[in-house]
Design a protein around this ligand. Structure first.
Ligand SMILES: *[C@@H]1O[C@H](CO)[C@@H](O)[C@H](O)[C@H]1NC(C)=O
Ligand SMILES: *[C@@H]1O[C@H](CO)[C@@H](O)[C@H](O)[C@H]1NC(C)=O
Ligand SMILES: *[C@@H]1O[C@H](CO)[C@@H](O)[C@H](O)[C@H]1NC(C)=O
Ligand SMILES: *[C@@H]1O[C@H](CO)[C@@H](O)[C@H](O)[C@H]1NC(C)=O
Length: 342
């Protein structure tokens, strides 16, 4: 096939473009070449709902993590009197600002980074093209690393008896939870951060959450643990179940659940635009979810849509891949790349 004469070179250009986009531009802003590269701040990475720009380059990710860690240590260790241990200084540390380092082309050669990273992304198969799936998988791995790193730090902070896992006694809900949910142990309306949530995360039931289990506890949307997925579904019901019968009737579904699902739902786009069809759509979806046709949604029946209600890291990894690839297509890079990319 003579379709793609210089696929690899063109693909490098494509990835270089992605790289700029990912590093420096919030989604939906106009792309400008040679914009200064920016690191994300810890605050952005930690704000719930706004943490979903996944770093593309592991070096950048490491910088962000180290910077986060410094801040974390300042916040947590200084207050309890211990100094953080000295670490080996990475080369970029000589720069007063890590951003100066990544913007210094002699030190941080973006073209070279792309060349190094490309074969790591282009793995299934290694054919000189980055596919949608490959980019999603790459994003997902980067995100997963970051999330696990933060969980590890969180465990260090809470693990008072240093046994490497968190017991329910050691666990205290984060401050923002107390503020936003008016956290109250006797309030039955919200189950997050309580013992039932804790128990559901405890896969082996030993009363202590290890790294995997505690990470699941913090990010139940990303879990493979069926007990925790069931808990999450029950929680979705509990929050919306106005008449406390343990399930959702059509009205409860329509007023609180449907609105959330339709944003993600793919088949809503086919009926999109016609306001009157939204009601039909709501009914259709309800019928589809109500597997036992009893006119109510049970926790079990929410399982198929739980990832629409709680998007997982994989969802965001895919979304970011979609975004990047759509930008590349917009900019009209080599058609043979595009057809492969999509
Ligand atoms: C960056 O790397 C590319 C390819 O290896 C090379 O052509 C270019 O001169 C390098 N830029 C700098 C400033 O070293
Ligand atoms: C928690 O809720 C109970 C009753 O629901 C109330 O008496 C108590 O004051 C609340 N505690 C806090 C800290 O808000
Ligand atoms: C959680 O598990 C512990 C130990 O198995 C048990 O004592 C406790 O009652 C459980 N709590 C809830 C809310 O299920
Ligand atoms: C944590 O415990 C679970 C259940 O026993 C196990 O599947 C998982 O591999 C453990 N994770 C780590 C990091 O040890």
């Amino acid at each position: 096939m003579a379709r793609c004469v210089v696929p690899v070179v063109a693909a490098y250009a494509t990835v270089a473009l992605m790289f700029f986009l990912l590093l420096s531009l919030p989604p939906r802003r106009q792309h400008r070449p040679h914009r200064r590269l920016k690191l994300r701040t810890a605050a952005i990475a930690r704000t719930p709902g706004d943490r979903h720009r996944i770093p593309f380059d592991p070096i950048i990710s490491e910088m962000e993590i180290i910077r986060d860690d410094r801040e974390w240590e300042r916040n947590h260790f200084v207050s309890i009197g211990g100094a953080p241990p000295a670490e080996p200084q990475p080369e970029w540390e000589k720069f007063t600002d890590a951003e100066d380092y990544i913007n210094d082309e002699d030190k941080f050669n973006v073209t070279d980074r792309i060349k190094i990273l490309f074969p790591k992304i282009d793995v299934s198969p290694q054919d000189g093209f980055i596919t949608h799936e490959e980019l999603t998988e790459w994003n997902f791995k980067q995100a997963e690393n970051e999330v696990l790193h933060r969980t590890r730090r969180d465990i260090e902070l809470r693990d008072k008896d240093h046994d490497g896992c968190i017991s329910f006694q050691e666990y205290e809900p984060p401050n923002w939870v107390r503020r936003t949910h008016d956290y109250n142990l006797t309030d039955e309306k919200v189950g997050w951060w309580k013992e039932e949530h804790f128990n559901a995360s405890d896969m082996d039931g030993n009363g202590c959450l290890n790294l995997t289990e505690f990470n699941d506890f913090l990010h139940p949307a990303d879990t493979n643990n069926p007990k925790l997925i069931e808990w999450l579904c029950r929680e979705e019901i509990r929050e919306r179940d106005k008449d406390d019968d343990g399930r959702l009737n059509y009205h409860e579904y329509l007023t609180s659940l449907f609105r959330l699902i339709r944003n993600y739902d793919e088949f809503s786009s086919s009926t999109h635009g016609a306001g009157s069809s939204s009601d039909t759509h709501a009914k259709q979806l309800f019928a589809q979810l109500d597997l036992d046709h009893d006119g109510f949604l049970s926790a079990n029946e929410l399982k198929p849509i739980i990832n629409d209600l709680h998007p997982s890291e994989r969802f965001f990894a895919k979304q970011q891949a979609d975004y990047v690839i759509s930008q590349v297509v917009d900019l009209g890079h080599s058609e043979c790349i595009n057809s492969k990319l999509i």
